[in-house]
Design a protein around this ligand. Structure first.
Ligand SMILES: [Zn+2]
Length: 404
């Protein structure tokens, strides 16, 4: 056991946790000034003001962390961090006026990254992803969700899921990887349609990877010209029979009732939601499915943002993630995304910090964390800052401190 004492601010999110991450007001941060926390490798034993530290804990090894802020572990719950090549030329084309369709016709988009990914070996892809993840962790993130999805053949998708599994072992236990299977990301050209690809590759491989206990969840790109509502239902039904949690890229380019389908299947999260409908918002508000917003993507593509305020005011559980990927959002810094999003999405501080810790944990089905309280997992993030506000106020500056 050890003690962190004299934390300038200990942000527990106790009240936000009690309120299940919904309808949050600034006080729900539940900040303890000059705070202390007693913990071991697994759980938290005591939380309070340093001056109230019980006698029995006084002799434990301790760190004086005056000038630091401790928050529940920051989680990036949506990334596509395993890929080959980049899409900088496509980005330039977009700035110079080409449409998404023009770019796709010229061989750009997900299928371009697929071909760049196929050029690299398993060890090369592992090494690239390992370096990217180290960067992500350097900002204070403790758990990262990583999706497959640039292999798009049976063998390459299998390889990507195995790479993510090997990264999980490599970074464990300090940093945690959540392995999401997204073979249903796009439809390779040699398949007649989405149904054929789903049946020949996505479903059988999901079964194999699930039986080997390599993957933690399944995801699908639900969009016109990609995967239909029928495809989503087929995939989610099969996933349920394997006890695999579901996630969905939903209502990004069009309202496809993706949020509604996510709720119908009790999905962990529905992600993007730029075009979500009012009925979609009401459904999310009544369920535990988290709305994961990815504002970096909308910023980078110059699109209007998701209706975050409407969701929050309706009682939806909202998370924020980076969507780190080579095409639409090549940013690895979730704290920077939080800094920019707070004002743009009109989030108060409790909504903002819950969105990257408590609610992000829910978006990955992680129990027992997202709050600094006795009996909860000892997973937190530490920043060298006199107050919580300093962390996102200094946007683009990395104030994270490696946990001691
Ligand atoms: Zn995505």
């Amino acid at each position: 056991m050890k003690v962190y004492r004299h934390l300038s601010q200990l942000v527990t999110l106790q009240s936000a946790h009690t309120k299940d991450g919904r309808y949050l007001v600034p006080q729900d941060l539940s900040v303890i000034e000059d705070g202390a926390v007693v913990f071991d490798d697994d759980i938290i034993h005591w939380v309070g003001e340093t001056s109230n530290l019980p006698q029995g804990f006084q002799g434990l090894p301790s760190e004086n962390l005056r000038g630091h802020v401790l928050v529940p572990e920051i989680i990036d719950s949506h990334t596509h961090a395993v890929f080959g090549g980049d899409r900088a030329s496509e980005y330039a084309d977009r700035l110079n006026g080409l449409s998404y369709e023009d770019i796709a016709k010229r061989g750009g988009g997900i299928l371009f990254t697929m071909s760049e990914t196929h050029k690299l070996s398993k060890s090369e892809l592992f090494e690239l992803a390992r370096k990217r993840l180290e960067k992500i962790f350097s900002y204070g993130v403790g758990t990262v969700e990583v999706k497959s999805g640039y292999g798009l053949t049976y063998e390459k998708e299998k390889e990507l899921s195995e790479i993510i599994y090997e990264l999980k072992i490599h970074f464990s236990p300090k940093f945690r990887i959540f392995n999401t299977y997204l073979a249903a990301h796009d439809i390779p050209k040699n398949f007649k349609n989405s149904k054929a690809y789903l049946e020949q590759v996505v479903l059988p491989l999901m079964k194999e990877l699930s039986e080997k206990k390599i993957i933690d969840a399944v995801d699908i790109f639900h969009e016109k010209n990609y995967f239909s509502s029928d495809d989503v239902r087929k995939l989610f039904t099969a996933a349920k029979s394997l006890n695999l949690p579901c996630k969905i890229h939903a209502d990004e380019l069009n309202d496809n009732q993706g949020a509604e389908i996510a709720c119908e299947f009790g999905a962990l999260s529905a992600d993007h939601l730029l075009k979500i409908s009012k009925p979609g918002i009401s459904k999310l508000a009544k369920t535990n499915t988290v709305a994961t917003l990815l504002p970096g993507t909308a910023f980078f593509l110059g699109k209007p943002l998701a209706p975050a305020r409407e969701m929050l005011d309706s009682g939806v559980k909202v998370a924020l993630a980076s969507d780190f990927n080579p095409g639409s959002c090549h940013v690895d810094n979730l704290i920077l995304i939080a800094s920019i999003s707070a004002a743009a999405l009109k989030l108060n501080q409790a909504e903002l910090w819950a969105a990257i810790s408590l609610n992000a944990a829910a978006a990955l089905g992680l129990k027992n964390q997202g709050v600094i309280a006795k009996g909860m997992a000892s997973r937190f993030s530490l920043f060298k800052a006199p107050s919580l506000a300093h962390i996102t106020y200094n946007w683009g500056k990395n104030l994270s401190v490696s946990l001691i």
